[in-house]
Design a protein around this ligand. Structure first.
Ligand code: FES
Ligand SMILES: [Fe+2]
Length: 364
């Protein structure tokens, strides 16, 4: 059985991974493990997010247990201080700083209310690699958001997010309905980085979310297009028009109900994944009550996925290596696994750890 089938394999590193919400990153020290690496996150006095390896070069104490000294971090063990660039600036009790005394600095990018960290080669970090979201922050678009840690591997979560067929069975209370059960989904490459998998379900009763917020008078045509850009980004375009309307981009923009639901997935390790999400809606943009309701509804929707994905994870850990049977609606999953595997193979071995161990510090 190939790694493509099981989703096993090294993490793709050259990508912007969401590490925290903007609110979480402040003057304190936030410890977070990404791709099996411990990081410490904080913000400089000028407001720049900083991500450093959370391991002092001296004897590996976690810097996240230390103290802020202005923009520097003092190690909790022997007080060595590190600047935002990861370079040690001060060693208590001696006048010089060994040149190897540094910890890895990770490039950061703050956008969409999230702090992203580039986990791969520093020289390849490019803000243009982050998905561009034209509607974010625009008038007329409301925003809701959430975060959860799933006990599930990244690959299985991405499978779920390129799989419109599951909504019929898993999300009956929110975005699914029986009307979609027999409508085939189509999967294709939208561009060289992105897979799209979706369908129109026409002349059908509105699903619960549309009924609740748009109150259509009759049957609707609804679309759901799931997009995944491996290794870690997903967005679902979901909306509803009066039945028989033209299915043009203009009509979709002006639809009574359209929600773009983004998910940024960041492995903590091989079996746990941070799930950062937000939704942009084209109605009731400034209605705080609707935002509160959306926060709760999407949490409930993602929890419906989480229950299944965590059960699948437990079973995969109990009986590793069992090959899955593929069915027609897995077309998107198969493409996604191949694209992810191509990214893995394109990468060099994991970037060498730039941190150095300072075992012998000679007194000055
Ligand atoms: S372990 Fe950090 S200064 Fe000693
Ligand atoms: Fe789902």
């Amino acid at each position: 059985m190939s790694r493509v089938e099981t989703g096993q394999g090294p993490f793709v590193r050259n990508a912007w991974y969401a590490a925290a919400s903007s609110e979480e990153v402040g003057q304190g020290l936030l410890a977070r493990t990404l791709l099996d690496e411990p990081l410490v996150l904080c913000r400089t006095g000028a407001g720049e997010p900083v991500a450093l390896q959370d391991r002092c070069a001296h004897r590996f104490a976690p810097l996240s247990l230390g103290q802020r000294c202005g923009d520097e971090i003092a190690c909790p063990y022997h007080g060595m201080r590190y600047g935002p660039d990861g370079v040690c600036t001060h060693v208590p009790g001696q006048g010089t700083v060994p040149p190897q005394a540094r910890v890895r600095r990770y490039p950061t990018l703050e956008r969409y209310g999230l702090v992203f960290v580039w986990m791969g080669e520093v020289g390849l970090a490019d803000a243009a690699a982050l998905v561009d979201i034209a509607q974010y922050g625009q008038p007329g678009w409301g925003l809701s958001r959430g975060h959860a840690l799933f006990h599930a591997c990244l690959d299985n979560i991405l499978d779920n997010l390129i799989d419109p067929a599951h909504t019929t069975f898993v999300h009956q209370r929110t975005i699914g309905s029986d009307a979609g059960a027999q409508v085939a989904v189509q999967a294709s490459l939208e561009d060289e980085h992105t897979i799209v998998c979706g369908r129109w379900v026409n002349h059908a009763p509105a699903v619960p979310m549309v009924q609740r917020f748009a109150r259509p008078g009759g049957l609707v045509d609804r679309w759901q297009f799931y997009r995944v850009r491996p290794p870690c980004t997903s967005w679902v375009d979901f909306g509803s028009l009066p039945a028989g309307s033209p299915h043009t981009p203009q009509a979709m923009d002006a639809a009574p109900y359209r929600v773009l639901s983004y998910a940024f997935l960041t492995p903590q390790d091989a079996s746990h994944t941070h799930y950062f999400s937000f939704q942009l809606r084209n109605f009731a943009a400034d209605d705080a009550a609707v935002t509160t309701e959306f926060n709760a509804l999407y949490k409930a929707t993602f929890d419906e996925d989480r229950v299944l994905l965590e059960a699948i994870q437990r079973e995969e850990e109990r009986a590793p290596g069992t090959p899955p049977v593929r069915i027609a609606s897995d077309a998107g999953v198969a493409r996604l696994r191949r694209l992810t595997q191509a990214l893995r193979e394109a990468e060099q071995p994991p970037a060498s750890d730039q941190a150095s161990t300072v075992r012998a510090i000679s007194p000055s």
